[in-house]
Design a protein around this ligand. Structure first.
Ligand code: Z5A
Length: 200
C-alpha cells in the first residue's frame, strides 16, 4: 500500500505521518519517506531545489529536477519497500509537482504528467490532501524554520498552489481524499487512520 500526503506548507503532513506511523506501526510494517528526497541522490537534488542560494532555477529545470529526484526515490526506496509488503507513507509525491509546477508556476498539468511518466509509472493507492488556507500554513512554519526557496514565494503563489490542489483532486477523485486541516492534529490523525484502516 502506497499512501501519500499532500498540502501546502505547514498543513501538518510531517506531524500527521509521524502520528499515523506510531499507531499503524503497532500492527503493520511501515516505511516513511519524503519528497523531494528520501535517498542520498534525491536529497542532493533536494538541496539544489530548495536552497535559496540556487535562486536562478528556471521553471522547466525545477519541474525536471523534481521528476529526477522522484525517479531515484521510487526505484531506490519506495518500490523495494512495497515489494517487502511494507506500507509506504510518503510526504509529497507527483501531486505536489502538479499543484506547484503545473498549476502555480503555470507549466500545465499535461507537461508535468508527461515528464513524470519518464520518472515513474507508479501512482499512490491513496492520497490525503490536507487543506488549509495558505496564510494559516505559512503562519505556522514561519515561526519554526528558515524559509526555503519555495517557501519564500509570494502569497499569491501559495494561494495558487491551494487552487491547484483542488483542480488535481478533481482529476483523480478515486485516489485523492480532501481532509479539512483546520482541526487539531490528533483529530486529523484519527480521521486519516480510520480511512487507512478501511482501505487495509
Ligand atoms: N515541491 C514542489 O514544488 N514540487 C514537488 O514535486 C515536490 C515538492 C515533491 C518541500 O518543502 C517543498 O518542495 C515544498 C513543495 C515543493 N515547498 N514549499 N514551499 P519541505 O519538505 O521543506 O516542506 P513542506 O513539505 O512544505 O512541509 P512543512 O513546511 O514542513 O510543513 P508540513 O509538513 O505540512 O507541516 P508540519 O511540519 O507537520 O507542521 C508545521 C507546524 O505547524 C508544526 O509546528 C505543527 O505543530 C504545526 N501544525 C500543523 N498542523 C497543525 C494543526 N492542525 N493545528 C495546529 N498546529 C499545526
Amino acid at each position: 500500500m502506497f499512501i501519500t500526503f499532500e498540502g501546502g506548507e505547514g498543513s501538518g503532513k510531517t506531524t500527521l505521518i509521524r502520528l499515523i506511523r506510531e499507531k499503524l506501526g503497532r500492527t503493520f510494517d511501515i516505511k516513511t519517506t519524503r519528497e523531494p528526497g528520501g535517498s542520498k541522490v534525491a536529497e542532493a537534488i533536494r538541496d539544489v531545489l530548495l536552497n535559496p542560494k540556487y535562486e536562478g532555477v528556471t521553471p522547466h529545470a525545477e519541474a525536471l529536477l523534481f521528476a529526477a529526484a522522484r525517479a531515484q526515490h521510487i526505484d531506490e526506496v519506495i518500490l523495494p519497500a512495497l515489494r517487502e509488503n511494507r506500507i509506504v507513507l510518503c510526504d509529497r509525491y507527483i501531486d505536489s509537482s502538479l499543484a506547484y509546477q503545473g498549476y502555480a508556476r503555470g507549466l500545465g498539468f499535461d507537461f508535468i504528467l508527461k515528464i513524470n511518466r519518464y520518472a515513474t509509472e507508479n501512482m499512490p493507492d491513496r492520497t490525503f490532501y490536507i487543506d488549509v488556507a495558505s496564510e494559516v500554513g505559512i503562519g505556522r512554519i514561519s515561526q519554526r524554520k528558515e524559509l526555503d526557496r519555495l517557501d519564500q514565494e509570494s502569497k499569491a503563489f501559495h494561494h495558487k498552489v491551494r487552487q491547484g490542489y483542488h483542480e488535481v483532486a478533481k482529476m483523480f477523485p478515486d485516489r485523492i481524499r480532501i481532509v479539512d486541516g483546520n482541526r487539531s492534529l490528533d483529530d486529523l490523525a484519527a480521521e486519516i487512520l480510520e480511512k487507512i484502516r478501511d482501505l487495509l
